[in-house]
Design a binder for this molecule. Sequence first.
Ligand SMILES: Cc1ncc(COP(=O)(O)O)c(C=O)c1O
Length: 387
Amino acid sequence: MSTPEILYDFGTGRSDPSTFPTAALQAAAVKVIEEEAQALTEYPGGLGHPGLRRAMAQREGEREGVFINPDHIMLTNGSMQAVTLTAEALQENHGDTVLVEEFSYPGTLNAYRSLQLAMVGIKLDEGGMRIDHMEQTLAQLEQQGRRPKFIYAISTYQNPTGFNMPEQRRRDMISLAAQYGIPIIEDNCYADVHYEGKIEPAVFKLDDRPEHIYLGSLSKILAPGFRLGYVYARPPMLDKILARRHDAGSNYLAAAIAAEFYKNGISAHAGVTNPVLHKKRDLTLDGLSTELEDICTWSKPSGGLFVWLRMPDDVDRPKLYTLAQASGVNYLPGVSFHYANRNMPYLRLAFGHLTEAQIQQGIPILARCIRKARTSNEPRAFTTLFD
Ligand SMILES: Cc1ncc(COP(=O)(O)O)c(C=O)c1O
């Protein structure tokens, strides 16, 4: 049997391809290959391209209104390398406990599984991780003699739910972490994919203790093919992470091109990409309202690339996946995001990479597949995303 063609790929979190700045990057590449030829003949090592570290320090500093020292930024091969390196730096033994969101980014979950970390999931609501559940979990773990090595948090435009943790909850999470002496790894690749509303502060803005770690990326504001990410960490934590690194540094050419492109800040390009993504977010939400209001509920993210959809319990999930694929629709099922691989009635729609027409055509097809995969016609029995 031939594999059906995917015409509506809501699968992966990528930005809009039509806004990829080909000409500007070409010009930047020509310039930096000539100007930085000497550095390109060497191994970059250590922290990586100084210009890109300055540009990313400026990006983070301007958004948060604090000074970021570029010498505390280490460039990585995408933020995925940063996810793995930081976990390795904080891990002492196989089986070490870490706290994660109940639904989280599969790349991180898989990396932690390979490192044999014991993940404990914190329940989510519309404001991200529930602090009451975190508090209860930490107390229970403490009784068992298990103190987590770190808390991994995607607090801003969370993957997969799109939720944005309010400032007070961030402060409460920081207080709890301080009470138990646990570092927070904040993974913040979506903060600049912002559509409306308040920009919530990063952990490093609210708490300047040097044990916290921050991960950033260029994948969502520029393109994942650059494989550029970074860790912002202060000594001695930075040295601990650097000591885990044995790859002679990250891609210097990619970093040099991005540094040239962003030498006057990231806002000019974000001003081009965000309105395009905002429109696609709106079309996705409009399509869902028209097609699925009576049986489903979903998140309404004010930034990022994802909508998290809750379906009725009686949807036969394997059947839905087969029907959707056969109809040319791809999405990621809820099970991919659950820290313990629990199969739950959710799916994630990533809207950034499709055209507007694909979104408008794809949502009704997906909706028909959901209805077809049900065993009843009962209306929705829930009003919120989580019980
Ligand atoms: C929360 C989160 N962290 C890290 C990554 C990995 O990004 P990168 O392309 O920078 O490795 C992603 C990609 O989707 C993500 O959603």
